[in-house]
Design a protein around this ligand. Structure first.
Ligand code: G6P
Length: 372
């Protein structure tokens, strides 16, 4: 009913709008006044966490994209090698696991069969499993050694939005917590990021307030067949997520690529007026990456692409090459996906609407896939 949708036309729009609160709720009570992380609910003793020598993240769909982003944060802040694998591939390849491996299973519903089977396989090998889940008491957390709940509230729309942002927050919390417990050399950076994380819900809110041009752009592209997405570093999984949203909702051909791979194939797809969304990393921090993506934008534009550039406020270098420029607030490099994903969700939702598609219940898809 209209009341359930809180005045929005679709659950998806309501859930996109709820993201600042979902992010804030997922942080609530997990950072103390001194800026330290208190994840008491992760009932794996600190001694065991210090002994972990490998992390494997398993998940499906949008949750898998959260896992891809988690890898960058986990390896940078903890120096523990981290792999990310589709749950449906994981247990069929005889993965190397032992009691010093930590498996992180990410699932909104907590009922995805492939993710459940992957975690059972990991526990059979003696590995510890930490679930990141949005549904209290569901099967995946019940069968895990520990759980960190995301507090997105119920997600009804099939295409995941607010659950994804809270999965990212939970992954950052786990990575920072492991860094804290293990006393990694990133101590100061960890403290700074914790402070920025506490402010991030306000930044998500600011992005939501500036989405009208993105909706307009989406409507103008309703007759297109293909949209490509490019990103580097944590922007690469964001590109994959932007493409997934467009497939799920708009039934368009959409693909995400690592921008550095352009010359190895994707650039052959560029033709006159093809829309290409580019997620630009912060010009601060790893500025080499920024410079490289600016040349990527130049390269595709020279071949006729219509460039839709998602870049930080104050990033002037991209301006001459952006046919459409979407501004996002400046954040620490690793946190950028929390703000960069939002315009892509709005874009896909509006394109689906413009194409007359059923936004909350896309054809052929289920909210939770409980069969293999
Ligand atoms: C389905 C949903 C996706 C979701 C995926 C994983 O494909 O349509 O939105 O990302 O399952 O679901 P989970 O509940 O495990 O996060």
């Amino acid at each position: 009913s209209a009341a359930e949708k809180g005045g929005y036309d679709y659950f998806m729009l309501k859930e996109i709008a709820e993201q600042p609160k979902a992010v804030a709720d997922t942080l609530l009570g997990r950072i103390d006044a001194g800026g330290s992380l208190t994840l008491d609910e992760v009932r794996i003793p600190a001694r065991e966490l210090r002994e972990i020598d490998k992390i494997v993240v398993v998940a499906c769909g949008t949750a898998f994209h959260a896992g891809l982003i988690a890898k960058y944060a986990i390896e940078h802040w903890t120096r523990i090698p981290c792999e990310v694998e589709l749950a449906s591939e994981f247990r069929y390849r005889d993965p190397i696991l032992d009691p010093r491996s930590l498996v992180i299973a990410i699932s909104q519903s907590g009922e995805t069969m492939d993710t459940l089977m992957a975690l059972r396989h990991a526990r059979d090998q003696g590995s510890k499993v930490l679930a990141i889940c949005n549904t209290n008491g569901s099967t995946i957390p019940r069968e895990s050694d520990a759980v960190l709940y995301t507090h997105a509230g119920p997600e009804v729309a099939v295409a995941s939005t607010k659950a994804f942002l809270t999965q990212l927050v939970a992954c950052y919390l786990v990575a920072l917590y492991l860094g804290q417990v293990r006393g990694t050399k990133w101590g100061d950076e960890i403290r700074a990021v914790v402070r920025d994380l506490a402010r991030i819900s306000g930044e998500v809110e600011r992005v939501l307030e500036t989405m009208e041009p993105v909706r307009e752009l989406a409507r103008s592209l309703a007759d297109k067949d293909t949209v490509l997405f490019l990103g580097r570093h944590v922007g690469y999984p964001v590109a994959l997520e932007g493409a997934l949203k467009l497939k799920e909702l708009a039934y368009m051909h959409a693909e995400g690529f690592a921008a550095g791979e352009l010359k190895h194939g994707p650039i052959a797809l560029i033709e006159e007026d093809l829309p290409v969304v580019v997620v630009v990393p912060s010009p601060r921090g790893r500025s080499v990456l920024h410079d490289k993506i600016v040349s990527n934008i130049q390269e595709i534009r020279a071949r006729g692409a219509r460039t839709i550039v998602i870049a930080e406020e104050g990033d002037e270098a991209v301006v001459p090459y952006a046919d459409h420029l979407v501004r996002i607030p400046a954040t620490p490099v690793l946190l950028q996906p929390l703000v960069a994903t939002v315009p892509l969700q709005v874009f896909a939702c509006e394109l689906a609407t413009a194409r007359g598609n059923e936004v909350d219940q896309p054809r052929n898809l289920a909210k939770s896939v409980t069969v293999e």
